[in-house]
Design a protein around this ligand. Structure first.
Ligand code: SF4
Length: 376
């Protein structure tokens, strides 16, 4: 029996953060939320017959802010999944959440319904930095949401931090890591800010004042060191976990395993094809198909994708697993470039293959663009 991850996109937020390029709409209309849930559940039902030879072992409700939907609607989605798909007993079932968007009763209801992992967007513990990002919550909102989740029985909690954001220094970033670590979440994601063109940040041009390159680099490296000394092992460029709490759903993406995405802007990799939906919320709610792209990647595209995603992981790429998957040897294709970067400490040989070093992760986009020919 093959395994499958399900991603359900919930595209609603209280307001739009200034850096956000995700498909999310600042809509709190409860009728729209109910209609969206109905459309999502119908979509889940209509695709279930394609998955009779799969067992769902991860479910991820992301956004957006899924907890803007009422617990009753979120439970309806989970219930539909359980009725229409074979879900393994120990499936990881994650719900993304923003501080102050789910109260204590909601947390208890969601835990009872079967959600067993919560991922909370914190970004920073400093009011000034949160305001600069356009976030509506405080650190104390995060602490309340976190403790409600714990009291409700969530034993697997993740939190997101960002570095390279306005007003931030390496010192303030370390304080954010330290305060968050003291709450002892099982998992921490720490992302560098990317300024996307179609966002308020992207449109600010020179008026957007960010920490300089040297300070941002320092944040990255001192951040990893502090997370490590606080018991969080880096397993992916931006992800850190206590032992055994790596995100099983996100590992599916990095391991190029099958997943199905539902909702606007959701992507899928299933049955040998990749396909993605448009951002057309209105059509989706009306029950229309919103497929925007679909392709059966060539074997070279699959190889490039596998190399790029596996090298995001600290354990790197296993050349024997690569051969077993693609029937071609890895080293003749990629080792000449990797050896060059090995000499300058960006890449390391592992007992089974290749991996980036911490220094290499920081410049991995550059190295990957040289390593992989995306024109094939
Ligand atoms: S909460 Fe997340 S998805 Fe919503 S606007 Fe902010 S960054 Fe975007």
């Amino acid at each position: 029996m093959k395994t499958l991850g399900l991603y359900l996109h919930i595209p609603f937020c209280r307001s739009k953060c200034l850096y956000c390029d995700f498909c999310s709409f600042p809509k709190r209309d409860t009728e729209l939320h109910a209609a969206y849930t109905t459309a999502l559940c119908n979509d889940l039902k209509s695709r279930a017959s394609d998955c009779t030879s799969h067992t769902v072992d991860t479910v991820y409700l992301g956004g957006g802010t899924p907890t803007l939907l009422s617990p009753a609607l979120l439970n309806q989605i989970l219930d539909t999944i359980h009725r229409c798909y074979r879900v393994s007993q120990n499936a990881e079932i994650t719900l993304e959440c923003n501080p102050a968007t789910a109260d204590r009763d909601a947390m208890f209801s969601l835990r009872r319904a079967g959600f067993n992992r919560i991922s909370i967007g914190l970004q920073s513990t400093h009011a000034k930095e949160l305001q600069a990002l356009g976030r509506l919550h405080s650190f104390s909102d995060f602490e309340s949401t976190f403790s409600d989740a714990r009291d409700a029985g969530f034993e697997n909690i993740s939190a997101d931090l960002m570095f390279g954001i306005p007003h931030q220094t390496a010192e303030s970033y370390l304080t954010s890591i330290q305060r968050l670590s003291e709450l002892s979440p099982e998992h921490i994601s720490a992302y560098g800010l990317t300024v996307e063109p179609d966002t308020p940040f992207g449109k600010m041009g020179d008026r957007l004042i960010l920490p300089d390159e040297e300070e941002t680099e320092k944040m990255y490296f001192v951040g990893i060191a502090l997370l490590s000394s606080n018991g969080y092992t880096q397993y992916e460029i931006s992800n850190f976990a206590k032992h055994g709490y790596e995100s099983r759903h996100n590992l599916k993406y990095w391991n190029c395993e099958e997943y199905l995405g539902f909702g606007p802007a959701a992507y899928s990799d299933f049955g040998g094809s990749r396909f993605g939906n448009s951002r057309d919320l209105v059509s989706y709610v009306e029950g229309k198909k919103i497929l925007a792209e679909s392709e059966a990647p060539s074997s070279m595209e699959r190889i490039n994708e596998y190399v790029m995603l596996r090298l995001r992981l600290v354990e790197g790429l296993d050349t024997e697993a690569f051969f077993n998957r693609f029937g071609v040897n890895f080293d003749p294709l990629f080792a000449p470039v990797l050896h060059r970067y090995e000499k300058v400490g960006f890449v390391r040989k592992t007992p089974h293959g290749w991996a980036f070093t911490a220094k290499g992760f920081y410049v991995s986009n550059h190295i990957l663009s040289e390593l992989l020919d995306f024109s094939k």
